[in-house]
Ligand binder design. Structure first.
Ligand code: F6R
Length: 366
């Protein structure tokens, strides 16, 4: 049932072009310039009148929520807070009926997320679910929602669930941006066209698997790694680090690139691999200067850049190119090589990729 792949995780990484397509199929009509999602359409006024959106989730789903924050604020100009479900529920949070809560969960069974939803509902908030598992507890407990349609995710480390969650959040942000007029018709249409090209670009990226495997071979014995990104790709840095920790048991930290100088720079020496996301539109010059600071301290740089990049190539130890797209959509691409990298490192280290120690696919206890 692994479809010829050695592990479910690899199969699920490779399923992403299809999974992303399944997520927007029937919802995004790029040529007509329409996004229709019944859970959003039926509650449009709630979304449009919201004072703010509160996103609650755990783990990888929380990282998708952070991407959502950047998307909603940028496209729909709605203030967003992203909360760990576990902290939210125990903090006596301020929630009103003017808040829209979006709960994100692959399994739909995460205990902390479920409890946070119940709390938000008791305070009168409208709660929208983004789940993968159809009919799950969270899908049932929320007022409305949108499934990710990623298909079953068996590997404990979440991969296609993450990119499809981001796809759903992008569709909602685009829809609200269009409705509110915070996105011009032109820009909205461009986004839909670009979104439609994403699965093909993910497909293209998967072809560099061998190259990523070679990089993994070089760094498999590292004991600490740093992941840096900015803007839309800051959450991707967090997710890259989480994937490495989960399946290879190598300590890794994700940071917003500019925070490096406020502490983690002290860790950098010639033994420290640093994965830097440096796409061409995302504060590129600033990230380039971060890379120079790392090189000056002999850190090893593995950079994820946009196709055709020349500047980072001159200074990085390794570069991985991603195809060009809108900056807001780059997380769907930059994530892919980081998933592959963690996978190959874990395989080299002979770890149990699909069933990492101490982890469960759905955390149904606090
Ligand atoms: C990461 C991972 C966990 C889950 C988290 C939330 O690879 O598997 O961090 O993302 O436990 O799970 P869901 O999304 O099912 O609520």
């Amino acid at each position: 049932e692994k479809g010829g792949y050695d592990h479910f995780m690899l199969k699920e990484i490779y399923e992403q072009p299809k999974a992303i397509t399944d997520t927007y199929r029937g919802r995004m009509l790029a040529d007509e310039g329409i996004i229709r999602m019944s859970g959003v359409d039926d509650n449009l006024q709630k979304f449009l009148n919201a004072d703010r959106i509160i996103i609650i989730a755990c783990g990888t789903s929380w990282h998708a929520g952070l991407v959502g924050e950047y998307l909603f604020e940028d496209m729909a100009r709605i203030p967003v807070e992203v909360e760990y479900a576990s902290e939210f529920r125990y903090r006596n949070p301020i929630i009103t009926s003017k808040d829209v809560v979006i709960a994100i969960s692959q399994s739909g069974e995460t205990a902390d997320t479920l409890a946070a939803i119940k709390l938000a509902k008791s305070k009168g908030a409208f709660v929208f679910g983004v789940c993968n598992v159809v009919g799950s507890s969270i899908a049932r407990e929320t007022h409305a929602g949108a499934y990710t349609h990623a298909g079953p995710e068996i590997g404990v480390a979440s991969t296609k669930a993450f990119t499809t969650q981001i796809t759903v959040l992008s569709l909602i942000a685009l829809k609200l941006g269009e409705e509110k007029g915070t996105l011009s018709k032109n820009v909205f249409h461009t986004y839909l066209q670009r979104m439609q090209l994403i699965p093909g670009k993910v497909e293209e990226l998967l072809k560099i698997d061998k190259k990523v495997q070679e990089i993994a071979r070089v760094y498999k014995d590292a004991t600490n790694c740093l992941y840096l990104g900015r803007g839309f790709n800051f959450p991707v840095a967090l997710e890259g680090a989480l994937k490495l920790k989960e399946i290879s048991y190598i300590h890794a930290e994700g940071y917003p690139a500019a925070e490096m100088k406020h502490g983690p720079i002290a860790l950098i020496d010639e033994n420290m691999p640093i994965f830097v996301i440096a796409t061409n539109k995302g504060h590129y010059e600033k990230v380039v200067s971060n890379i120079q600071e790392i090189k000056a301290r002999s850190g090893k740089i593995i950079a994820i850049v946009t196709e055709g990049d020349t500047e980072v190539k001159k200074i990085a130890d390794h570069v991985i190119e991603i195809p060009e797209t809108e900056e807001a959509l780059t997380p769907l691409l930059t994530t892919i090589p980081l998933q592959l990298l963690s996978y190959h490192i874990a395989v080299f280290l002979e770890k149990d990729v699909d069933q990492p120690r101490n982890l469960a696919k759905a955390v149904t206890v606090e």
